[in-house]
Structure formats: structure tokens, C-alpha cells
Design a protein around this ligand. Structure first.
Ligand code: SF4
Length: 270
């Protein structure tokens, strides 16, 4: 996952997983002086939730001597997630559907801005298995088989992404944090209950309690399926989004489409 001259942009939300990842990578990097780390945080604009997390991210980055950069949805998309959802009431997808797409793009942009060579995210084993089931139940077959702990774009348009905690169960990440006296965000996202992921989390937790190791078996199946399916995956051609210039499979990237930007039949932005 890591090479000696990497500049790793660590996506730090302020939650237990990302603060733990920041702590572990900061310890590791002290053994590899050529590696550079920068913490990057996205402020989605979720009132009563994100403020505490951004403060924690900044506090730990400072204490580990790591540079920290933030970017907000308001700066990037013109409004906070709260304001966007309020305006869209009654005719919208779940909050997480917008938040996930916009945050991914925000992290890419910020990582590019700081000159990073890789992005590290703190997804743990439980997150990965939930995503696997989510894609399965939503029929998103391609996303289902494209998962990899190290995602490298052969066309070089997307920055490589790594998931160093992807085989570590959530409970063990939490245990590491507690035994290292790390302070975590206490509030939960107010939109969390809207997501199917939340129900899948309970199901996977119940299964794991009754059948220890089942989450890891699901992870292994996922990797095997990916290896089997990979040769048959259709080749994705990328172009640059006509609104923001970021790589995209369509003329407008998903994030711009969700913001409500459209293109006229002539192909020009209205
Ligand atoms: Fe965003 Fe959903 Fe996570 Fe809240 S729970 S921060 S809305 S992805």
C-alpha cells in the first residue's frame, strides 16, 4: 500500500477510525522519513455534528505534527449539506447518497491541492462488508466487483486510494483507540438513520456475534469474486466533466449532476 516517497493524504473525519488511522500512519512514517503525511478533512455542513469532528481532526493532526487542510461543501458546491437537504425536502435521495459522492470528490480535490500521491481512507472490515452487501442489494454489480484495498486507476486520472484498516474489525479499531487514550467524536450524524447501511450494520453485527469470523469470510468471498469477475469487467472510458474538469464516465460527473448542474442539448452549460 505504501512506498517510501509517498505523500499520503489521510482522510480524517474526526471519528474513531480516521483518528486511529492518523495515529498509526504517523507512528509508521517516523520510521520512513521520506514519506509525507497530510490530514485532509471535509466539512459537509452538518450542524451539531461536524464541528466537534473538525476540531478533533485538527487537534490530533497538530499533536502528531501533521499538516491539516479542510474544505467545506459550502466552498465547493455553494451550500452546506443541511441547507441543500432543507431546500430539497420531499424530493430527494437519502442524505448519504449526496454526502458520499460529494465527499469523495472533495477529498480528491483537496488531496490534489496538497500535492499528495495517494489517498488513505479509514474504512474498516465492517464498513467494507456493509458496502459489499449494499451494492449487492442495490444491484450495483460493477461497484460490487471493483472493490480493492488498493485502488489504482490504470489511466492515471484518479489518485490511488488505499484502505489500510480494511481487514480490521470495527471493535478492534475502537479497542486500539481506547488503549491509546484517543478521544473520539461523541455525536452521531443526524442523517445516519436514513441509510440502508444502518440496517445492514445491525444485521452484520448480529451475525458476527452469533458466528464469529463471518464478516472476514464475507470479505474473503468479495476478494475472490473480484478476481473472478475482473477480466470480464467492461472497460470504462473517462472524459473530463464539462462543468468541473474532473474525470468522469459521463459528460457531467455524478457530483455536478447531483448539485443540479445540467448541459443543454448542444453540449454547452446553460
Ligand atoms: Fe454523510 Fe451519511 Fe455519513 Fe452523515 S451518515 S456523514 S450524511 S455519509
Amino acid at each position: 500500500m505504501l512506498e517510501p516517497r509517498d505523500h499520503v493524504a489521510i482522510a480524517v473525519s474526526g471519528g474513531k477510525d480516521s483518528i486511529t488511522l492518523l495515529s498509526i500512519l504517523s507512528k509508521l512514517s517516523s520510521r520512513f522519513p521520506l514519506t509525507k503525511l497530510t490530514a485532509v478533512t471535509v466539512d459537509e455542513g452538518i450542524s451539531g455534528y461536524r464541528e466537534e469532528a473538525v476540531e478533533l481532526a485538527s487537534k490530533y493532526a497538530r499533536s502528531f505534527g501533521i499538516q491539516h487542510q479542510t474544505i467545506s461543501f459550502e466552498e465547493l458546491y455553494g451550500q452546506s449539506l443541511d441547507d441543500f437537504l432543507r431546500a430539497k425536502q420531499g424530493e430527494r435521495l437519502t442524505a448519504c447518497a449526496y454526502c458520499g459522492v460529494w465527499r469523495r470528490k472533495a477529498i480528491n480535490l483537496l488531496a490534489k491541492k496538497v500535492g499528495a500521491t495517494k489517498i488513505a481512507t479509514a474504512h474498516n472490515l465492517d464498513d467494507i462488508v456493509q458496502t459489499f452487501l449494499l451494492n449487492l442489494f442495490e444491484g450495483d454489480t460493477e461497484r460490487f466487483v471493483r472493490f480493492s484495498p488498493v485502488l489504482k486507476d490504470p489511466r492515471g486520472l484518479f489518485m490511488p486510494r488505499i484502505k489500510p484498516l480494511c481487514q480490521i474489525p470495527e471493535r478492534e479499531v475502537a479497542l486500539y483507540g481506547f488503549t491509546n487514550d484517543l478521544e473520539f467524536q461523541s455525536a452521531s450524524c443526524p442523517y445516519m438513520t436514513e441509510a440502508l447501511r444502518n440496517e445492514l450494520r445491525s444485521i452484520v453485527n448480529r451475525l458476527e456475534t452469533a458466528h464469529p469470523g463471518i464478516a472476514y469470510s464475507a470479505y474473503r468471498s468479495m476478494i475472490k469474486l473480484r478476481n473472478l469477475a475482473e477480466p470480464g469487467l467492461p472497460h470504462q472510458t473517462l472524459q473530463l466533466c464539462q462543468a468541473c474538469g474532473e474525470p468522469s464516465t459521463f459528460s457531467l460527473c455524478e457530483a455536478c449532476r447531483m448539485v443540479g448542474i445540467s448541459i443543454s442539448p448542444t453540449g454547452n452549460l446553460p
